[in-house]
Design a binder for this molecule. Sequence first.
Ligand SMILES: C[S@@+](CC[C@H](N)C(=O)[O-])C[C@H]1O[C@@H](n2cnc3c(N)ncnc32)[C@H](O)[C@@H]1O
Length: 217
Amino acid sequence: MDDDALLAEQMAYYRAGAAEYDRPYAKYEDLQRLLAVVDDLPIVGDVLELACGTGQWTPLLAARARSVTAVDAAAEVLALARARTASPTVQFLEADLFAWQPPRRYDTVFFAFWLSHVPPTRLPDLWNTVAAALAPGGKAIFIDDGPAAAAYEEVLANQPAPASLRRLDDGSQYRIVKVFHDTQTLTDDLTGLGWSVRIRTMAGNFIGIAEPPTTPG
Ligand SMILES: C[S@@+](CC[C@H](N)C(=O)[O-])C[C@H]1O[C@@H](n2cnc3c(N)ncnc32)[C@H](O)[C@@H]1O
């Protein structure tokens, strides 16, 4: 697809920047407060975590779940996530989420700061994959940046998908996909796909809980 090179660059950014990734979590109280939200979310049973990164969320999910399967495409961030989350109930998988299909169903599918990295043209596939991954009665829970976060990004024009420029300590630069979802539009889009969804905001971030369309039995 047109956005293949952009997605490869996004991947390269997270691989090369793994060691720098956790800094904002240590620095910003808003992010620490956001992590604490996990305790108020309906995280139950067997959990699938998409794009787990360095595992900031994984141990918090594991504390509430029967099991966590955490997927990311970058071996470098997965190594940090494994070191952070030594639990027999957590399994890490290295896979490209634009190609991977979940092999089973889960009670909860959780993704933090992944939705904004998915090109809009690929969102219907993402939501179909998430719906197919959910067991009956299961919920998708997603957390991400709202429109206000655009002020802190170098937004790029004329890209195959909404994109921003990110820099690493060594001066290298990478384009990433970055979509600042407006919660009303996201709610309308998901509702149009047959999902039931509630999205709330918290200090520039949003937290969504959604149930997929029920398939006729
Ligand atoms: C913004 S980070 C989010 C990490 C973690 N969920 C968090 O909230 O801290 C985005 C993650 O997406 C991963 N990623 C990027 N492209 C991917 C792909 N095609 N398949 C799977 N993971 C991917 C990156 O490696 C990175 O860990």
